[in-house]
Design a protein around this ligand. Structure first.
Ligand SMILES: [Zn+2]
Length: 180
């Protein structure tokens, strides 16, 4: 398994957020199997999907990916609150990947998954509306309460464990599978 990002995937982005989003989604689709059914790879959605970033061709599971340069704490800042609640309340609610990367190494440090039955509206906290002076005045964002207290955060792999688990991943996942 290659834990490094492909630098060519970040070249056309000036902004750090869009750049990391593209680098990490590309890495996930290149290296990660489906933790729901064990299929060998995941596919990326285009930018038209408001919450889900990747999906599995085989079992149709959807995945949201949040990437951060530091270890994840109790909560993660995310996008529009209403959009997130709508998505998590739908019949196609996604699983959540939490990807911790190193800017210095340009590589993945750790990857965790929150199964979709824990990634529910109760995990979403509404943020205060943006001030009247802001460009998007009144806009309401959210935080994902993704701390260990959800009980659902599953450490797929630090890099070392990842390598150890590569053989027979489909069998391991079938025994410990997430619903599609
Ligand atoms: Zn699958």
């Amino acid at each position: 398994m290659d834990l490094t990002f492909d630098p060519s995937q970040g070249e056309r982005f000036k902004g750090g957020t869009q750049r990391i989003k593209n680098l990490s989604e590309h890495w996930l689709s290149r290296e990660m199997y489906c933790p729901s059914c064990g299929a060998g790879s995941l596919r990326r959605y285009g930018n038209n999907k408001p919450v889900a970033d990747c999906y599995c061709d085989k079992c149709q599971a959807d995945f949201e990916l949040k990437s951060h340069r530091q270890m994840f704490g109790a909560s993660v800042v995310d996008g529009a609150y209403a959009t997130m609640i709508e998505r998590l309340s739908s019949s196609r609610n996604p699983h959540l990947f939490l990807l911790h990367y190193s800017p210095a190494l340009h590589a993945v440090v750790n990857l965790m998954v929150v199964p979709k039955y824990f990634f529910v509206p109760d995990m979403i906290m509404k943020r205060p509306p943006l001030a009247a002076t802001a460009r998007r005045a009144g806009w309401v964002g959210c935080r994902i309460l993704a701390g260990d207290n959800t009980g659902g955060r599953k450490d797929i792999s630090g890099p070392q464990r990842y390598r150890e688990n590569q053989n027979g991943c489909a069998q391991r996942m079938a025994a410990n599978s997430l619903p599609p």
